[in-house]
Design a protein around this ligand. Structure first.
Ligand SMILES: Cc1cc2nc3c(=O)[nH]c(=O)nc-3n(C[C@H](O)[C@H](O)[C@H](O)COP(=O)(O)O)c2cc1C
Length: 175
């Protein structure tokens, strides 16, 4: 089997959980983005990078968005339902160099646990909720909808099954 690194950046563990499942299924190295630099990655045939979505940005993506790798697969983990989301703007911001894009991108749903949020994150969510509430129904984005539906609660949408397309793709490419 080829050398694969699964790298993640996660504040509250949902992205980390998906990364752990992927690494386990592919017998890959699991690395915390905060503990690696680009030079550590040259030994791998494939990099699978996963980051949590925070205020429309993909955590830690600069690690892999500026250097070229043999194979790069990216996954995002957010609160909004991926079936309702348009990720074009997020991915355009994450990969500003149009000439270099990941081979594949996947979007998974995480969760949120309000009592566990940091003061800063909880304040931000309160602010976001107030902004969303001022909008008319037709103006509310998928993220806004998810904030209103889950505000103040503990919700967990993580699901191992959603990884099947990513795992199938990687196995085919590196077969
Ligand atoms: C301050 C804050 C901002 C967030 N912004 C977004 C967002 O823009 N889009 C989204 O889908 N989810 C957003 N979320 C939800 C997180 O992406 C979600 O909780 C995810 O599962 C977190 O991943 P982690 O547990 O790996 O940190 C936000 C959460 C917080 C606390």
């Amino acid at each position: 089997m080829n050398n694969i690194a699964v790298i993640y950046q996660s504040h509250y563990g949902t992205t980390q959980k998906y990364a752990e499942w992927i690494a386990q299924a592919l017998d890959a190295d699991l690395l915390n983005r905060k503990k690696v630099s680009v030079s550590d990655l040259s030994q791998y045939d494939m990099i699978i990078y996963g980051g949590g979505l925070y205020a429309g940005g993909l955590l830690g993506i600069d690690l892999v968005s500026k250097s070229k790798f043999k194979h790069l697969v990216v996954f995002t983990v957010g609160l909004a339902d991926p079936k309702l989301m348009d990720y074009a703007e997020i991915m355009a911001k994450a990969f500003q160099n149009q000439a270099y894009q990941p081979d594949q991108v996947y979007h998974f749903r995480g969760g949120i646990d309000y009592p566990k949020l940091s003061f800063l994150h909880r304040s931000l969510m309160t602010l976001l909720k107030k902004t969303v509430e001022k909008k008319s129904d037709s103006e509310i984005s998928a993220e806004g909808k998810a904030i209103l539906e889950t505000y103040g609660q503990k919700v967990d949408f993580i699901d191992k099954e959603v990884l099947i397309p990513l795992l199938t793709y990687v196995k085919e490419i590196l077969a």
